[in-house]
Design a protein around this ligand. Structure first.
Ligand code: SF4
Length: 258
């Protein structure tokens, strides 16, 4: 990340959409942005970096997903299904866990992850679901809602991301409560009452036992619209928090694309 940062002007001008050059460098490192999205990067610097960290990160995701896939072959899928709220099926002598990740159906089989009847090629889907299965969380919801930054060892970018994600939702649905509710319904959200004082609270299942609560406050004379994304504290028993941060980011991307 530092190598990437050194190629940037360091002016934090925000033209790339990130609040700082450092945040942009981190996104480039994680292959979430391209160097060319900063208009001030010299072409030769962009080329120099293309070979090293960007490609390596992409390969890293693939390597991690392959390693987890190997690990999953040794997991008792029946036991795991019970622990994570998946549906277990014996099929042709092999165990299968059926589960949903953000409204998409997946199957974890001995030979890997499947979406529909197709082997899933997406490294991030595999990383998240394999990690969820192997962790076998198996604890009840605590009912304590916290933000992502609450969890120990949360990388600073996870906290920064959440702030940005919340701002994105608040901006998109500013003065549009009916649009927000409609979008929540489309994504199978369930309205929640009484837990938090907000104008609207809606619960989503990111994974069967990993709920996320979107809390929204409408603008008034004093404050603009705002949004908070809360997680149950039990989430850390079910999934690595860095992967959970990615899942939240994914959710927000889908949520505002309407
Ligand atoms: S556009 Fe370039 S200089 Fe401006 S904040 Fe982004 S990375 Fe930094």
């Amino acid at each position: 990340m530092i190598e990437i940062y050194k190629k940037l002007p360091g002016t934090n001008c925000r033209e790339c959409g990130e609040s700082t050059c450092m945040a942009f460098a981190l996104k480039v490192k994680n292959a979430q942005c391209k160097m060319s999205e900063c208009p001030y990067v010299k072409h030769e610097d962009e080329e120099n970096l293309t070979e090293e960290p960007i490609v390596t990160m992409g390969n890293n995701y693939k390597r991690v997903s392959n390693e987890l896939e190997e690990e999953i072959k040794c997991v008792d899928l029946k036991e795991a299904a019970e622990a994570i709220g998946g549906n277990y099926e014996d099929r042709n002598g092999g165990g299968v866990i059926r589960l949903k990740m953000m409204n998409n159906e997946y199957e974890v089989r001995n030979e890997g992850l499947f979406k529909g009847n197709q082997y899933c090629q997406d490294s991030w889907s595999k990383i998240i679901i394999y990690d969820y299965v192997r962790m076998k969380g198996n604890i009840s919801l605590t009912g304590d809602w916290v933000s992502l930054g609450h969890f120990p060892n949360t990388a600073s970018h996870s906290k920064a991301f959440q702030k940005k994600a919340e701002t994105k939702i608040a901006g998109k649905f500013d003065n549009n409560m009916s649009g927000l509710k409609e979008r929540c319904r489309e994504l199978e959200g369930v309205e929640v009452h009484g837990k938090i004082k907000a104008d609207y609270v809606c619960g989503f299942k990111l994974l069967p036992r990993v709920p996320m609560y979107l809390c929204f406050w409408e603008a008034d004379e004093e404050f603009p619209s705002s949004c908070k994304l809360h997680l149950d504290t039990s989430a850390e028993a079910y999934i690595d928090i860095e992967y959970l941060a990615y899942l939240l980011e994914w959710f927000v991307k889908i949520f505002v694309e309407c």
